[in-house]
Design a protein around this ligand. Structure first.
Ligand SMILES: C[S@@+](CC[C@H](N)C(=O)[O-])C[C@H]1O[C@@H](n2cnc3c(N)ncnc32)[C@H](O)[C@@H]1O
Length: 342
């Protein structure tokens, strides 16, 4: 591993495997590699790191920094190259348990290095934040200038689906919906479409992340409730009543993200999904597809992709992830591309 990669990507703890897929889509100009830490990736080549601000699973990106095995505070201080910055702060935090050093001590000593260069500090509202992550899962320390929110500052909890005016138990968790949209649409231009949008969980995350967004639902109660949620979230998304198996899409579709009704061994649900997918294929073969389906709760591995026997007619499954919801319910997120026809 190179000690000074172009960037170090720090993931949130919820679902590192999904967060890795999200990072690959959103930072597609870079080569992203795993480290033996669950939550630290290294990237070579520049991407628009500001995209970390709209990502579900990315805590922050560290640039102009480095990563190494933790040895001692003195070793860390010898590796950091301080420079002069106006209005900066140092933030040190932990991943996955405790490396035996106080974060306060690290902040104080690293702060001293920058102070000696003539930097000024503003702990309330800094223009530049220098982050140091102590990662106990693999004994690493990573450091650099932070782009993105950082640890524990994510608004997802304030944005829970049950806070919206129209909630149904089927409503997707925002962090899952946001990750699905980012994985599917990446940095591509064009519409994100959810042809079975329900209460609008996917639409809201798509629009909040700045994408052209269109939702369709068959049920007028859902369309009305979804519109209420869109208005409440004050986002620019459109929802219309229609049938996912025949509705016409706009010409520029970046991605289809959908969470259809699905019961294992329900032929009518399978037929509905099949017809919906052939309508998608008819109009937008090149767009990326992410499908989220309810399944029985399993022994999900949140660090790795899973295999699934679910089939999506007309599509090749590239990756699938298992997501625990509660004791008896799980979800599977499937990333797929249209099969190439001979
Ligand atoms: C599992 S829910 C989607 C939940 C949604 N992701 C959310 O966050 O609220 C599936 C939705 O598919 C809709 N639906 C079922 N058949 C449909 C069809 N033929 N065309 C469009 N929507 C359909 C249902 O009305 C329901 O709202």
């Amino acid at each position: 591993m190179k000690a000074k990669p172009s960037a170090i990507i720090s993931l949130r703890g919820w679902h590192p495997a999904i967060a890795r897929a999200e990072a690959k889509s959103m930072f597609s100009n870079s080569i992203i590699q795993r480290t033996d830490s669950r939550r630290l990736l290294i990237a070579e080549g520049e991407s628009d790191w500001e995209k970390s601000q709209i990502m579900s699973g990315c805590e922050c990106v560290l640039i102009d920094g480095g990563i190494t095995k933790w040895k001692s505070l003195d070793d860390l201080l010898s590796l950091i190259s301080p420079s002069r910055k106006e209005s900066m702060a140092i933030e040190c935090w932990r991943h996955e348990g405790k490396i035996d050093v106080a974060t306060r001590d690290i902040e104080r000593h690293v702060g001293g290095l920058f102070h000696d260069e003539g930097s000024t500090f503003d702990l309330e509202n800094p223009e530049h934040r220098f982050g140091i992550i102590l990662d106990n899962s693999a004994g690493y320390v990573a450091w650099g200038w932070m782009i993105g929110q950082g640890p524990g500052k994510h608004g997802w909890s304030a944005m829970r689906a049950n806070k919206r005016p129209f909630f149904r138990p089927v409503s997707l968790e925002p962090r899952l919906a946001r990750a699905a949209v980012n994985i599917a649409a990446g940095t591509n231009d064009g519409f994100v479409i959810d042809p079975m949008c329900g209460t609008g969980g996917i639409l809201i995350e798509s629009a909040l992340s700045g994408r052209e967004t269109l939702g369709i639902d068959f049920d007028p109660v859902m369309v009305d409730g979804c519109q209420q949620n869109i208005d409440w979230a004050e986002v620019d998304a459109r929802v219309v009543r229609g049938d996912a198996t025949r509705v016409d899409f706009p010409s520029n579709v970046a991605a289809v993200v959908v969470d259809p009704p699905y019961g294992r061994n329900s032929p009518s649900d399978e037929k509905l999904i099949q017809d919906m997918l052939s309508n998608v294929l008819r109009q937008s073969k090149d767009s990326n597809l992410v499908v989220i389906l309810p399944v029985e709760a399993g022994e999900d591995d949140l660090d790795e992709e899973i295999t699934t026997d679910i089939e999506l007619p007309g599509y090749d499954i590239e990756t699938a992830f298992g997501i625990p919801v509660h004791k008896s319910l799980g979800r599977v997120m499937i990333i797929a591309k249209a099969s190439i026809q001979d």
